[in-house]
Design a protein around this ligand. Structure first.
Ligand SMILES: NC(=O)c1ccc[n+]([C@@H]2O[C@H](COP(=O)([O-])OP(=O)(O)OC[C@H]3O[C@@H](n4cnc5c(N)ncnc54)[C@H](OP(=O)(O)O)[C@@H]3O)[C@@H](O)[C@H]2O)c1
Length: 251
């Protein structure tokens, strides 16, 4: 970097494995000062090699104030594709400040030839779409949106989450499985088999580590209720950390 050049100041909106990978790549760069922002929901998030700030901004207006105060020059939204509110705030705040904004999101999954998907718009529709005969259902949707499944008291829900819940889950019959991805197909298949799972509910997050459960479900011939991604306001999109680095390199 020439002595006179100002480093670029990047804010990464995180909460995903891709955000962690991007942070690792940017930590090596002398020409970029980057910070990661986390919602603060996970008590022990994956370690990051960059400064981290935690907690909401208070909507798009609060994000504008933060970006301005910190002199951020580039905003990268690497949040989960189902994190609608923060992504909308990012678009609004970037537009207000005329700041370059990039959204980093893996392409959504498509069903493989042996996969039996029932695609639905949201968690409430997923609960309604579960087969009438379902009794042991694996919920790989995080801790939000569980209440929608309380309409099926005849089902035992196996809920996978990263950390123990702080409050009782709003499901009459459930067990919690604590685990942090990425996951392997063989281990997922063995887990579903051991638990006697007969249906899976997932969000179409994309990526490889989280896809193992879909291959495992296909191996065991289980139906998958797949929640489609919400529509986000338009932004410049890339699908990989490499592409995000290319965007930064292009200025
Ligand atoms: N939704 C999922 O399925 C899912 C799955 C895995 C990981 N995550 C991660 O968990 C976080 C919360 O997800 P969500 O679905 O609750 O999102 P959300 O509905 O878009 O966010 C709710 C509020 O949390 C704050 N927030 C979210 N992400 C933030 C970030 N990276 N930095 C600072 N504040 C943030 C914002 O508060 P203010 O409005 O006050 O700014 C936002 O309005 C996201 O960072 C996401 O990447 C979500």
């Amino acid at each position: 970097m020439p002595a006179s050049a100002e480093p670029r100041r990047v804010l990464i909106l995180g909460g995903t494995g891709d955000a962690v990978q991007l942070a690792r790549a940017l930590a090596e760069r002398l020409d970029i000062e980057a910070t990661v922002s986390l919602a603060g929901l996970t008590r022990k998030p994956a370690p990051l090699p960059l400064p981290v700030r935690r907690g909401g901004f208070g909507g798009a207006g609060g994000l504008v104030d933060h970006l301005r105060a910190e002199g951020v020059t580039h905003l990268i939204d690497a949040t989960h594709p189902f994190a609608q509110r923060i992504s909308a705030s990012a678009v609004e705040a970037a537009a207000a400040l005329d700041l370059p904004l990039l959204r980093l999101a893996r392409p959504p999954w498509k069903p493989g030839p042996d996969e039996r998907w029932i695609e639905v718009a949201d968690p409430a529709a997923a609960a309604r779409a579960l087969p009438a005969a379902a009794r042991q259902v694996f919920l790989a949707i995080g801790r939000r949106d569980l209440a929608a499944f309380a309409i099926r008291p005849d089902i035992r829900f196996h809920v996978r989450m990263i950390e123990p819940p702080e409050a009782a889950l709003p499901l009459p019959d459930h067990r919690v499985i604590l685990a942090r991805g990425p996951f392997e197909v063989d281990a997922e298949t063995a887990l579903f088999h051991r638990l006697g799972i007969d249906s899976l509910v997932a969000k179409n997050a994309g990526g490889t580590g989280a896809r193992a459960k879909l291959t495992a479900a296909a191996t065991l011939r289980l139906p998958v209720v797949m929640i489609r991604r919400p529509t986000l306001p338009p932004a410049r999109d890339v699908e990989s950390v490499e592409d995000a680095l290319g965007w930064l390199a292009s200025g």
